[in-house]
Design a protein around this ligand. Structure first.
Ligand code: EPZ
Length: 419
């Protein structure tokens, strides 16, 4: 199992190129199932999760290739609507093929995604929304069986809570439904807007982008197109956090500051100097120790849950203390005991964590538990005195492309060791 060996205590400076967003690439890949002619997606990040979904789509019979940063798909050879447990269990966003398969072929048999470390992550809202469009859905032996005779029917969908995946599944299904669908309490994450923009390029009729109400007028078919994945706002925030953590100056390029304004404001509250360009962001910590900042994770455009672990790591060496409330997932503090092993002072009460900054963290063997927690441990190791061994870094490979090369480019001493 791969580990990272990280020499702490160095200031990170330099420029890092941001990749396409994992959480946009996955729904965009699922949406290729809707196209009745060849479709190309560029700026696709080379990640484990992306390769798993490409494999799953190939398993449907789709002619799909992934060369460089480009995925090309031709669904004319699709010959089944079955997404097996073996693949879905390793990448829960595979549930996003359910809506497209049902909408285009009237049939889908998709394994229920397991939970994961950060929570049970049910998909009840996805199923309820598809039933609102007329689908017959049953869950047997761990699989979702969905069926509709003819086309789905446009209707009204109201989500009980903001769900990114639920919004994406129903948006893709509604695009081919017969009639108008209104999606209320829709998620407003930039990755949803990215998906909607590609669907519109494929011929879909969608209004209300960036709002919590999406109106979709279904069409009979959707054609292929060429589309570039939006920049990864979480990867951007993660590398800017590396500068905040080590007192350095990092410029992230091929990104977009409007995607993560709530995070940039927190960096400024820490005392960092943040400069915004059209497609770049620079964070200069000017050698200072960051001020600890309080926040609550909330749906976009508020502070994203996917940045919670990373900013907690910065708070761990911050001045003063701060309260972090995790309102999205029920178990997203698993990085806390690992950070504590490195000397962090963090008290957890339910979904709230009080972090009292310490002057210095110390190296210790730690273990990654989930994707964003693994980056927070890397951040802590970069600031800690001594050499830290981070275990189970297969988690980080799911969401951060070329992570050690990008960190080495900023001056980090980080090595991947396999034991
Ligand atoms: C997406 O997950 C992201 N993943 C997650 O990123 C992100 O943390 C999350 O949205 C929230 O922003 C991808 O886009 C591939 P949700 P998703 O449906 O769609 C509950 C990362 O680190 N819920 O918005 O699964 C759910 O349990 C990952 O890149 C239901 O109860 O998240 C959670 O508590 C981690 N029933 C909350 O809603 C449902 O049917 C938000 O989940 C659906 C969701």
């Amino acid at each position: 199992m791969d580990k990272f060996l990280i020499q702490g205590g160095r200031t990170l400076n330099g420029e890092v190129r941001i990749s396409g967003a994992k959480n946009a690439a996955l729904p965009l890949l699922a949406a290729t199932i809707l196209a009745d002619s060849p479709i190309q997606i560029t700026n696709v990040p080379n990640l484990k999760d992306v390769n798993t979904l490409v494999q799953l789509i190939a398993g449907l019979g789709v002619t799909i290739s992934y060369k460089g940063d480009t995925v090309s798909a031709d669904t004319s050879t699709l010959d089944n609507q079955f997404a097996p447990y073996e693949l879905v269990k390793t990448m829960r966003a595979s549930i996003l093929v359910l809506g497209p398969l049902l909408a285009r072929y009237g049939e889908a048999k998709v394994s229920l995604p397991g939970g994961c470390a950060i929570g049970s992550r049910p998909v009840d809202q996805h199923l309820k929304a598809l039933e609102a469009l007329g689908a017959t859905i049953s869950v047997e032996n761990g699989y979702v069986h969905a069926h509709i005779d003819g086309r789905l029917k446009g209707g009204e969908v109201v989500f009980d809570m903001v769900t990114v995946g639920g919004t994406e599944n129903i948006l893709m299904a509604a695009a081919l439904a017969d009639g108008v669908t209104v999606i209320r309490n829709a998620a407003r994450e930039p990755e949803i807007t990215d998906l909607a923009q590609m669907l519109i390029k494929m011929g879909a009729k969608i209004e209300g982008l960036d709002t919590d109400t999406l109106t979709v007028t279904g069409v009979e078919s959707l054609h292929g197109c060429e589309y570039a994945v939006v920049a990864d706002r979480i990867e951007t925030g993660s590398y800017l956090a590396a500068a905040a953590m080590t007192g350095g100056r990092v410029k992230t390029t091929h990104t977009d500051p409007t995607l993560l304004e709530a995070v940039l404001e927190k960096f400024e509250e820490m005392g960092a100097e943040v400069t915004r360009g059209d497609d770049w962001i620079e964070l200069d910590m000017q050698g200072k120790r960051p001020k600890a900042v309080s926040f609550r994770t909330l749906p976009h455009p508020d502070f994203p849950t996917d940045m919670q672990a990373q900013i907690m790591a910065v708070n761990a060496i911050g001045r003063g203390f701060a309260t972090i409330s995790e309102t999205i997932f029920e178990n997203r503090f698993m990085h806390v005991p690992e950070l504590s092993r490195m000397g962090a002072n963090i008290q957890v009460e339910g979904n709230d964590a009080v972090v009292t900054g310490v002057e210095q963290l110390s190296a210790a063997p730690v273990m990654a538990t989930d994707l964003r927690a693994s980056f927070s441990l890397v951040l802590a190791a970069l600031a800690a005195q001594g050499e830290t061994l981070v275990d189970r870094i297969y988690h980080i490979d799911r969401g951060y492309e070329n992570v050690e090369a990008k960190l080495q480019g900023l001056g980090a001493i980080i090595k991947r060791v396999s034991e």
